[in-house]
Design a protein around this ligand. Structure first.
Ligand code: ZN
Ligand code: ZN
Length: 236
C-alpha cells in the first residue's frame, strides 16, 4: 500500500518532502542561496577588463560566470551543483539564471533564482597609472637620417598594431605620448616588457640590434624593489 504524504504547513500532497515539508514551504523557512538580487561588477572604462577577486580579467561570459560564482554563498545544502545561464541585455546589464541542485540531509532539492548583473564603471589600476603619465620605458626609433612623414607613419602604424596585440594580456602596453627626436621619434610606453618586445621586432625587421639602457628612478617604499625606467633604441 502506498502511503500518501502531505506537507504539514500547506497541505500539499507530494512524495518529495524536504525535512518533512514541501519544497516551497521548506524554501520559505530556509535561505540556502545567498547572492545579491542586483550584482555590480567593476568594469574598466578604458580597457574593458573586469575585476574578479581583486585581479583584472578580460570581459568574457566565462569570466563573468567566475565573478558570479565568487559572489554566491550556499548554506545547508550538500553535493551542490550550480548551473549559471546568462543573457546580455542591450543596456549593458546581464540577466542571470542560477540553478541550484543538491541534497538537504537525504532529500533532493532543486530550485532557481534570477538576478541582474550591472557594470560599475571604474578605471583599473594599470589604466589609472597610465592616466597619470606612468611609463616604464621609452622606445626610441631611429632612422639613418631625417625620416620622411611616410616613414614615420608606417613605423608608428607597426608599433600601434603591436601595442594593440600586447595590450590584450598587459593593460600597461599603451603609448602615453610620442615626441620628435633627431633622425627619429620616441614613444613613451607603460609596459617595459611590451616596449622591449616591440623594439626587438622593429630591429629584427631592419637587421639591426636593440641598444638598451636603464635608469634608476627610486626604490618602491612598499616592496623595496628598484624602480627602473628602460630605454630601448631600435635603428630601422
Ligand atoms: Zn508546503
Ligand atoms: Zn583598464
Amino acid at each position: 500500500m502506498l502511503i500518501k504524504r502531505f506537507c504539514p504547513r500547506c497541505g500539499k500532497e507530494t512524495s518529495e518532502l524536504i525535512r518533512g515539508f514541501c519544497r516551497e514551504c521548506f524554501l520559505k523557512g530556509h535561505e540556502i542561496l545567498f547572492v545579491d538580487e542586483e550584482l555590480k561588477f567593476p568594469r574598466c572604462k578604458s580597457c574593458g577588463k573586469i575585476r574578479i577577486r581583486g585581479a583584472w580579467f578580460s570581459d568574457s561570459l566565462k569570466n563573468l560566470e567566475d565573478f558570479i560564482r565568487s559572489k554566491i554563498k550556499l548554506k545547508e545544502i550538500t553535493g551542490e551543483k550550480l548551473n549559471i545561464g546568462m543573457s546580455p541585455n542591450s543596456d549593458g546589464s546581464v540577466s542571470v539564471q542560477i540553478g541550484v541542485s543538491g541534497k538537504i540531509n537525504e532529500d533532493k532539492i532543486e530550485f532557481e533564482k534570477e538576478i541582474l548583473l550591472k557594470p560599475a564603471i571604474v578605471l583599473c589600476d594599470p589604466c589609472m597609472r597610465l592616466v597619470s603619465d606612468y611609463h616604464e620605458a621609452i622606445l626610441q626609433v631611429r632612422f639613418g637620417k631625417k625620416p620622411s612623414n611616410e616613414q614615420v607613419e608606417s613605423e608608428m602604424a607597426r608599433i600601434s598594431k603591436m601595442l594593440e596585440y600586447e595590450k590584450k594580456a598587459d593593460s600597461l602596453a599603451q603609448a602615453i605620448k610620442t615626441t620628435e627626436a633627431t633622425n627619429g621619434f620616441d614613444v613613451y610606453i607603460g609596459s617595459a616588457k611590451a616596449a622591449r618586445r616591440i623594439a626587438e621586432a622593429l630591429a629584427k625587421r631592419a637587421h639591426t640590434r636593440v641598444v638598451s639602457s636603464s635608469k634608476l628612478m627610486g626604490v618602491d617604499s612598499n616592496t623595496g624593489k628598484a624602480n627602473k625606467r628602460f630605454t630601448y633604441c631600435a635603428r630601422v
